[in-house]
Design a protein around this ligand. Sequence first.
Ligand SMILES: Cc1cc2nc3c(=O)[nH]c(=O)nc-3n(C[C@H](O)[C@H](O)[C@H](O)COP(=O)(O)OP(=O)(O)OC[C@H]3O[C@@H](n4cnc5c(N)ncnc54)[C@H](O)[C@@H]3O)c2cc1C
Length: 403
Amino acid sequence: MENVIIIGAGASGMMAALTAAENADKRVILLERQQRVGRKLLATGNGRCNLTNTGAAIENYHGEDRDFAAPALNAFPPEKVLDFFRNLGLLTVEEYGGRVYPLSDSANSVVDVLRFALEARGVELRSACPARELRREKQGFTVETDGERLHADKLIVACGGAAGAKLGGVNDGYELLKMLGHKRTALYPALVQLVTAPEYPRALKGVRADCALRLCAGGNVLAESAGELQFTETGVSGPAVFDLSRAAASGGKGLVLEADFLKDYEEAAVLNLLRQRRESLPALPASDMLTGLIHNRLGKMLVKYAEIKANIPLKALDDAALHSLARACKGFSLPVRGTEGFDKAQVTAGGVKCSGFNPETLESWFVPGLFACGEVLDIDGDCGGFNLQWAWASGRLAGRLGT
Ligand SMILES: Cc1cc2nc3c(=O)[nH]c(=O)nc-3n(C[C@H](O)[C@H](O)[C@H](O)COP(=O)(O)OP(=O)(O)OC[C@H]3O[C@@H](n4cnc5c(N)ncnc54)[C@H](O)[C@@H]3O)c2cc1C
């Protein structure tokens, strides 16, 4: 019987283990350094687990060579992932933007059905058992844990990335693969809050807005996104911000975030709305100028940002003031100081270089019998279920062990 050792019982490792265990002539051992399997999975999607996205396409992924991800994603697309989970007993529901969640609305359900299946398929789970060292032998590999030396004919490294440090994100995977000769790229926190000049975000803490965002450097647009933004104590968060965080983390200094809070209206149309309001409600204080158009607190803040006095009646505002308010609605800008760190990041941008692995099998080109899957590789996805989709798809492919 062939010994298969999988290091890491997160999303991709559990998927790899279940796949390898479909083959009766394999003894599958799954090592997990934490006390419980799938600890990070439990925290995904704010505890709801956005487990895939029905619109997943290669354009949703990033890395030095994102096309590397295509064979795995094509072989195990979202509909197959959902079939797989249905067979494990998990019902799901699709929400806006193709995001899929468990019908129970609880990430626990996802981890539970995976745990049950691991047990039913005879996978030997060893928790609180970190892999410390890997050695290549004449035949297979030696895996050193704390106090044990295990033999593997085939080895799958599924240790995840550095993101979500409080949930167990570590650098182990990069280090273990380095011991076998694999190199990594630079690492950046991604899908993470941006830290900005604090004055406006702090005052607007908790306010959410649907908007279009642009990340600019020296007048050039580095990245764009649209969707929900949330103001925080130190800056901005939310899906639309997360989608820019990769560019912000690697974009250097002097970055500015521009938000358009009326993205479906041209500036001239906004100006017309403001003129109509001045005409119909001449006695209204300027602080209420944007009431009904934009979230109340944000509207008042934009009036301040446009340097308009709050108590002045609308009839006293000239066209120049209305212009500057329309511009504020369409181009509210915040100097970016950086991103939050790996602690708060949902994913790691960068990772072990994909060029060391065969994209059709995820086997190392130069260490036969060694496979890698999930976030430890230099592939990261957009916000919306794309990272777990990559974890499932790459785990499925690695778990086939080249067959
Ligand atoms: C707060 C948060 C929310 C997220 N929400 C979503 C979401 O809703 N949708 C989405 O698609 N993605 C989400 N993500 C991203 C997603 O969780 C990860 O991309 C995904 O879990 C990566 O899977 P993985 O198997 O590569 O790594 P992980 O799931 O991190 O699993 C790696 C496992 O390996 C173990 N390990 C590490 N080193 C060793 C070692 N030396 N020996 C033994 N075991 C080891 C770790 O303890 C861990 O259990 C979120 C991430 C975070 C942090």
